[in-house]
Design a protein around this ligand. Structure first.
Ligand SMILES: [Zn+2]
Length: 413
């Protein structure tokens, strides 16, 4: 699209997510941003010079915002699930097989996400290894660099190393791609490194990603210092702190509004929800991964009631069947008995809010980036948002647009 040339995307129905659906809706896009939203009759009349892309049998939606993913895993090498510790020990065994984990797998995962309508992805990989593939994909997003202090040195040295490394990663990136830091988990990063890393990322104004309260084994490790994770990580002697993972994370100051906590699937009772609400931390819900690894069910409806920001995450292809965030969301909708509109909200604006980027993306509103998808479906009279979610989950995304650029178009038009 030439710079400055306005373009109209129009579909049979437009679902802005932040406002009610519009029949024969249209979006005017200029310089990558949404300039106006309304019925095609109005938007077309007011902008006679705009080039019109008209898709009458398609629904226009905001693109999916994936709040927690890993790009680097190749699907066919997925370890068997069942228990988290069993799966993790297989994962650690397989990591040296670089062809099953690395650049090519990351490229494939990113492609799959794009073709399923993902326009923004929060990706986590060791030392930000998958940032190049995220940047190449055309999606907007952030790569969260995980660090493992025992591989580096003292907590101070480890945190300075990852801050320096991430600072380097942030140079020369596309406008909407970024890098930040992830404290991988309570069982891989010691309390002092966790505290320092959280402090430094806040000073720098960066976001922080963590895995938290994911598995029964994590709960046991943090509380008692025993169990499957204590067996795997024998050198990590800080377990047994007599608290839940959420309480522990709060004690080491990991929880703040700029933190995105993935999973929260096991050991999250009313007391933990209270801590999450009070600290303003956001949640990334990955129900298919939790299901595959025997990790329980995250109390998402209760968290939403308490005003906790919740987005959806696919996790990676070693714990999840696909990178399709709409499919992940349909699973959550069925799991928690939610309606279709709530599902579409979780998949788009919910993720943007969780990541603190709701002024930039997540809904179809003037001023935001034009991050859009076209889904082939003709919703009926029932829960039409659910029908759209089902279609997108089932592979009906035909066009993916990021910042006004068409990065996927299977219609060839
Ligand atoms: Zn994860």
């Amino acid at each position: 699209m030439p710079e400055g040339q306005p373009v109209i995307f129009s579909g049979g129905t437009l679902i802005p997510v932040s406002s009610p659906p519009v029949t024969d809706g249209a979006v005017l896009v200029e310089d990558g941003r949404i300039r106006s939203v309304g019925p095609i009759s109005e938007v077309g009349r007011e902008n006679p010079d705009a080039e019109i892309h008209f898709f009458p049998n398609y629904v226009l939606l905001p693109g999916a915002v994936n709040a927690h993913a890993h790009l680097g895993f190749r699907r066919k090498d997925r370890p068997e699930g069942g228990t988290f510790a069993g799966w993790l020990s297989k994962l650690i065994e397989r990591l040296p097989e670089k062809e099953s984990w690395g650049a090519e797998a990351a490229r494939d995962s990113a492609r799959e996400a794009v073709e399923a309508g993902t326009t923004y992805m929060a990706e986590s990989s060791p030392y930000g290894e998958c940032l190049p593939q995220l940047a190449e994909s055309g999606m907007a997003g952030t790569a969260f660099a995980e660090f493992f202090p025992h591989e580096i040195g003292t907590p101070e040295e480890a945190v300075e190393f990852i801050v320096g490394k991430t600072g380097e990663l942030r140079k020369g990136l596309p406008e909407r791609v970024n890098a930040s830091i992830s404290v991988h988990s309570p069982y891989t990063v010691d309390p002092e490194s966790s505290r320092l890393a959280a402090q430094r990322t806040r000073e720098l104004g960066w976001k922080l990603a963590i895995h938290l309260s994911e598995s029964p084994e994590e709960v046991e490790f943090v509380r008692y210092g025993t169990g499957g994770l204590a067996d795997i990580f024998g050198r990590n002697e800080w377990g047994g702190m007599g608290a839940s993972p959420v309480r522990y994370a709060s004690d080491v100051e990991l929880l703040a509004p700029g933190t995105i906590a993935a999973h929260l699937a096991t050991g999250v009772s009313e007391e933990e929800i209270e801590i999450l609400a009070r600290t303003g931390v956001a949640a990334a819900h990955c129900p298919r991964s939790n299901d595959y690894l025997g990790c329980g069910v995250s109390p998402v409806p209760r968290m939403l009631e308490r005003g906790i920001r919740v987005g959806m995450g696919t996790d990676g292809l070693w714990s999840s069947p696909s990178m399709n965030l709409f499919e992940e969301t349909l699973f959550a909708v069925d799991l928690h008995g939610l309606d279709g509109a709530t599902g579409l909200q979780l998949a788009t604006l919910g993720g943007a809010r969780a990541l603190g980027i709701e002024d930039e993306t997540g809904s179809i509103e003037p001023g935001k980036w034009a991050d859009l998808v076209l889904v082939e479906t003709a919703p009926g009279d029932g829960d039409s948002e659910r029908e759209v979610l089902e279609a997108a989950a089932g592979g009906a995304v035909a066009v993916t647009v990021v910042g006004g650029n068409v990065i996927y178009n299977r219609l060839g038009a």
